[in-house]
Design a binder for this molecule. Structure first.
Ligand code: ADP
Ligand code: MG
Length: 501
């Protein structure tokens, strides 16, 4: 296999903070090369340098034996490099065809766009990734997974020599992941070099030949995947970081929240459960079972048709998100990019804005110094990695973005936190920190409703697990000796094992 790409001693700093230090990475034709590392390790930055989005401070990029240094994505594309980034940016208001063929729209002799031709070409591209919507569909009407698949399709369409997939799977369904993997394997046969970034270590074992591990902007090692196991990779990623598998929270007997026969138009049918002070409960079930809908109902986002919510023994009416927050209930959504953070704003603005009322001085003016203090305290408490509190949220790594979301919500001094997929697409180190934080919050007397698709997360955190199916709560388990298999069986309805009830 011949080497097609070599990145040598790449260095990069952002406002004086070094994020890449002498990083080396090479890629061979027909090889799938994984790049792994904790959030903030520098993976995406390295790829943005490769494709000409960022300028390196020093180092060399050798493509097919020649020194290159791209000034724009257009230039790297022209040399056969396609980078499918974590967050694909299509123009929301335009159609699929216009986005796919941007700059390459087929024209009629008159100079007008040849829509028939454009639609035909787009349809071909779409079919390759088994996407079945019309080329005239607007991007804003697609799901996150569909947009991701579209980005991949568009990169494939360019017939690249090197393709970089930067965390392609978090938004994809199992079926879409299989389609993607099929493609990646086909590209390998066609001698394309593939650089594959993922937090899901299983994917590395399923798909990749080699793995380069980065930590804090430096190379740790490059190894054949076949000689490694998950534990070893994790250790290389996080260094001497020791995971603290601690005990479950110890709740008091006091019930803080009690839902009685909650029913909504959308989904929920007579949901009843209690949440105790200092307790973590999990709402578990397959996608679409109603987990998120419970969160939405309790946090004032969806209208409750019948049933009631009791808070500290008193009936409450939660008819808006503001009301929920006033009552001490905050909802950390699954979609931190869409709802959790304002990406083009600074970390400081994100942390301080929700509590702006508290930040006003006696005269009603916004108090900048308090905002800075609050943010700095949050950054220190939650160990958020950034170059400064003025850094834009969108430039943080996923795990750190998630911590900013938590920081922002804690400023609201909630009694109950609803956390929807709190560790989705974040690395093991940041995951552990979020877990530790959740347990600490319980020790401080807060209570947490966890929604998670990760079985080991549910089992290592929650005191009790409620299983949902089709908008109904079908059973409750105490987390005492509960196993992943039992949980999965319960999701599907294939169990009448009631021993933990
Ligand atoms: P990874 O992809 O491995 O999670 P990134 O490459 O996104 O990590 O980030 C590496 C570091 O660089 C992080 O600490 C991040 O905050 C910082 N960073 C990335 N882009 C920017 C930017 N445009 N401005 C300032 N800092 C940045
Ligand atoms: Mg990244």
């Amino acid at each position: 296999m011949s080497k097609i790409l070599e990145m040598k001693n790449i260095c990069k700093s952002f406002s004086g903070v070094k994020v890449l230090e002498d990083v080396c990475l090479s890629a061979k034709k027909g090889e799938i090369h994984a790049v792994v590392g904790s959030n903030g390790a520098g993976k995406s930055t390295l790829m943005k340098i490769l494709c000409g989005l960022y300028k390196k401070d020093s180092g060399a990029i050798i493509l097919d034996g020649e020194d290159v240094d791209f000034d724009s994505i257009r230039e790297s594309k022209a040399c056969g490099i396609e980078v499918v980034s974590q967050h694909i940016e299509f123009v929301e208001e335009l159609s699929v065809a216009e986005n796919l063929l941007m700059g390459k729209m087929p024209l009629k002799i008159s100079g007008a766009i040849n829509w028939k031709e454009a639609c035909k070409t787009s349809k071909d591209i779409l079919q390759r990734v088994e996407l079945h919507f019309a080329p005239t569909e607007k991007i804003k009407n697609l799901s996150v997974g569909e947009v991701q698949m579209l980005g991949i399709a568009s990169a494939l369409f360019a017939s690249p020599k090197i393709i970089v997939l930067d965390e392609p799977t978090p938004a994809l369904s199992q079926h879409e992941i299989e389609i993607l993997f099929g493609f990646v394997r086909k590209l390998k046969q066609q001698d394309v070099a593939i650089i594959y970034i993922s937090h899901y270590l299983q994917e590395i074992f399923d798909l990749c030949d080699k793995v380069t591990i980065l930590r804090d902007g430096k190379n740790v090692e490059t190894r054949e995947v076949s000689g490694l196991n998950k534990k070893e990779i994790t250790k290389l990623m996080v260094g001497d970081y020791l995971s603290t598998v601690s005990e479950l929270p110890v709740p008091s007997d006091e019930v803080v929240l009690s839902a009685r026969n909650l029913t909504t138009l959308e989904k929920l049918n007579k949901i009843s459960f209690n949440l105790k002070k200092g307790e973590i409960i999990s709402l578990a079930g397959l996608t679409g079972s109603g987990r998120t809908e419970i969160a939405r109902a309790i946090s004032g986002l969806d209208k409750i048709e019948s049933g009631m919510i009791m808070l500290n023994g008193k009936e409450v009416v939660i008819d808006s998100p503001k009301k929920a927050i006033d009552l001490g209930i905050v909802y950390m959504t699954e979609d931190r990019r869409g709802e959790g953070l304002i990406m083009p704003f600074s970390v400081k603005e994100n942390v301080a804005l929700p509590s702006i009322d508290k930040l006003k001085t006696g005269l009603g003016f916004y108090n900048e110094r308090n905002a800075r203090e609050i943010t700095q305290k949050s950054v220190a408490n939650l160990n958020i990695k950034l170059s400064g509190i003025e850094q834009l949220a969108e430039n943080l790594s996923g795990g750190n973005q998630q911590k900013v979301v938590v920081g922002k919500l804690l400023e609201l001094c909630p009694q109950i936190l609803i956390m929807d997929e709190p560790t989705k697409a974040i690395d093991v180190g940041a995951k552990d920190e979020i877990y530790k934080l959740m347990r600490q919050l319980c020790e401080q007397g807060k209570s947490i409703i966890l929604i998670s698709s990760e079985m080991d997360e549910i089992l290592s955190l929650s005191n009790r697990v409620f299983i949902l199916r089709d908008g109904e709560l079908v059973c409750e388990y105490k987390n005492e000796g509960l196993t992943i298999n039992e949980l999965l069986m319960a999701f599907e309805g294939g169990t009448d094992n009631e021993k933990h009830k």
